[in-house]
Design a protein around this ligand. Structure first.
Ligand SMILES: *Cc1c(COP(=O)(O)O)cnc(C)c1O
Length: 530
């Protein structure tokens, strides 16, 4: 037997210590990223299911047949709850794929639509477009970039975050490979006008993807009556919904449903043009874990529709309570008509300046009392109007248990910053530029070809990286960071964020004199900074 270099218990103890420094994944203190059902047995079931398929390779469901059975069951469940179980008038059935997450589902929806568009226009040199409201998830920006499509963004109403159906219709043309709408959108929880746009898309033969990644598995069980938004709507040709959000599964699992087998086959990649095994991949990866699929499948088997309905009822109650509470806080307003378990909070400009609450100062004050809300930057739309900067809250079943304490924190934080003006990003940038050789012009020019060292130096000047280039945890106040994001040229911010994230995972330089293998024990491992 191979001897361990280090004791297993010791390794796991180190991991627990690392985990203790993470933002808390349970208990409702983090209102984004994590989806806590509040049911410990469900987490335990998911963990056991994941463990039982740990060595399986999901690449080949004909070799590992458990994968095929579980995937068919998960797709079948999704198809049922999103009203795609029957075939439509054209005899098209809904088929699907389990993917590694929302981004992969969105990427694949775009890839399939692009290839279907090309197949119908063999040999065309034209570049197809995606048409979507500005509120569509960034995954579609990524898809456009990865797969070489144009992205034509449609402005939304700055007050409600909702897009007008006519504004989408105006952009349609023969070069549109896909229209994307959200149910609901991440930034404002707006439910896009799916019925109206679907009717237009259908009459013009343009595919329509509904991105229900965040809200899908909650909206399907939402207690209030909603306008039709899923595969019940003729003209909706694909739909994505994440099981690692309101499916309460561990990260790494989402589902993409497509109407029509022929439409979906464009999603696949297959090749026999190499000397190895024939490759057939429905999604982006080759070898892949079966664990997230098994966990999602087990959760679906355990909860069924009644279990999802009960959890969703809890989420809906908590969301309504929070909305009422925040609407009652002088100086803040909930943006538009949020649909589903999330909402965005903006400054209420209707009240006098001394009563206004800046949502980012508010989020930082809330954070100081141990709750994590998510700051969203203001946004200049293509039509010149501005969307306000906001603070996002994702509500989960466990939120209901902590509502009284959360309500106190939200109210007290608003009281502590009421009347304080938001951070002036332009001023921050001017101050920083003053400290840099070349000033603001150098900053803007820098956004094109910034090298890693210069980017790190800028981050250090902004206080986001230590002088030796080491990145640490987030600063205690995020409002100034978001103000910079709003004020700096977008290309520059993107480059700086790349640098920051890359530095976070870069190992510390190693001492060339040190032995290649470290002795057992915690003290001699490389340290990032003394
Ligand atoms: C979360 C989300 C995505 C992307 O999903 P990931 O699982 O983070 O890759 C796509 N669309 C919407 C609306 C989302 O909220």
């Amino acid at each position: 037997m191979t001897a361990f270099r280090r004791d297993a218990a010791d390794i796991l103890a180190e991991l627990s210590a690392l985990r203790a420094a993470d933002a808390p994944t349970h208990g409702g203190r983090v209102l984004s990223y994590v989806y806590d059902s509040g049911v410990a047995e469900l987490d335990e079931l998911a963990a056991q299911a994941a463990r039982s398929v740990q060595p399986v390779n999901g690449l080949d469901p004909t070799t590992f047949t458990s994968v095929a059975v579980m995937e068919a069951a998960v797709v079948g469940f999704a198809r049922r709850v999103f009203h795609g179980a029957g075939s439509n008038a054209d005899g098209e059935v809904v088929v699907g794929t389990v993917t590694s997450g929302g981004t992969e589902s969105c990427l694949l929806a775009v890839k399939a639509a692009r290839d279907a568009w090309r197949a119908a226009r063999l040999g065309t040199p034209r570049v197809p477009r995606i048409v979507a409201p500005v509120t569509a998830h960034a995954a579609f920006h990524k898809a456009a970039q990865y797969f070489g499509l144009g992205l034509d963004l449609v402005a939304v109403d700055p007050d409600s975050g909702v897009v007008a159906p006519g504004a989408v219709e105006d952009r349609l043309g023969d070069d549109v490979a896909l229209v994307v709408l959200s149910a609901p959108s991440y930034p404002f929880a707006s439910l896009d006008p799916i019925v109206d746009v679907a009717a237009v898309c259908r009459s013009r033969g343009i595919p329509l993807h509904v991105d229900a990644c965040i809200g899908g598995f909650a909206l399907a069980f939402w207690p209030d009556e909603l306008p039709a938004w899923d595969l019940a709507v003729p003209g909706v040709t694909s739909l994505s919904a994440d099981l690692h959000k309101y499916g309460y599964a561990p990260k790494g699992v989402s589902v993409l449903l497509t109407r029509g087998r022929d439409r979906q086959r464009h999603q696949y990649f297959a090749t026999t043009a190499w000397p190895g095994y024939p490759v057939v991949n429905p999604a982006m990866t080759g070898s892949k874990p079966a664990a997230p699929l098994a966990a999602a499948w087990a959760i679906i088997e355990a909860l069924g529709e009644p279990g999802f309905a009960a959890l969703t009822a809890t989420v809906a109650r908590a969301t309504n309570e929070l909305r009422r509470l925040i609407d009652g806080i002088v100086g803040l307003r909930v943006v538009g008509e949020p649909t589903g378990p999330l909402l965005a909070v903006a400054c209420d400009e209707q009240v006098a300046a001394e009563d206004r609450v800046d949502p980012h100062l508010w989020a930082d004050a809330v954070r100081a009392s141990g709750w994590h809300l998510q700051l969203q930057p203001g946004f200049l739309q293509p039509d010149g109007t501005r969307l306000p900067h906001t603070t996002h809250l994702t509500v989960t079943p466990v939120t209901e248990d902590v509502l009284p304490a959360l309500a106190d924190a939200l109210t007290a934080a608003a009281d502590s910053v009421r009347g304080m003006p938001g951070i002036d990003g332009a001023r921050l940038v001017a101050d920083l530029a003053g400290q840099l050789p070349g000033g603001i012009d150098a900053l803007s020019a820098a956004s094109e070809g910034l090298d890693s060292e210069t980017a790190a130096a800028l981050l250090a000047a902004f206080g986001l990286l230590s002088g030796d280039g080491a990145a640490g945890a987030l600063p205690p106040r995020l409002a100034p960071v978001l103000a910079l994001v709003e004020a700096l040229p977008g290309r520059l911010t993107e480059r700086l964020l790349v640098e920051l994230l890359a530095r976070v995972v870069e190992p510390a330089p190693e001492d060339p004199a040190a032995p290649a293998d470290q002795p057992v024990g915690g003290d001699s491992r490389p340290q990032r900074s003394p």
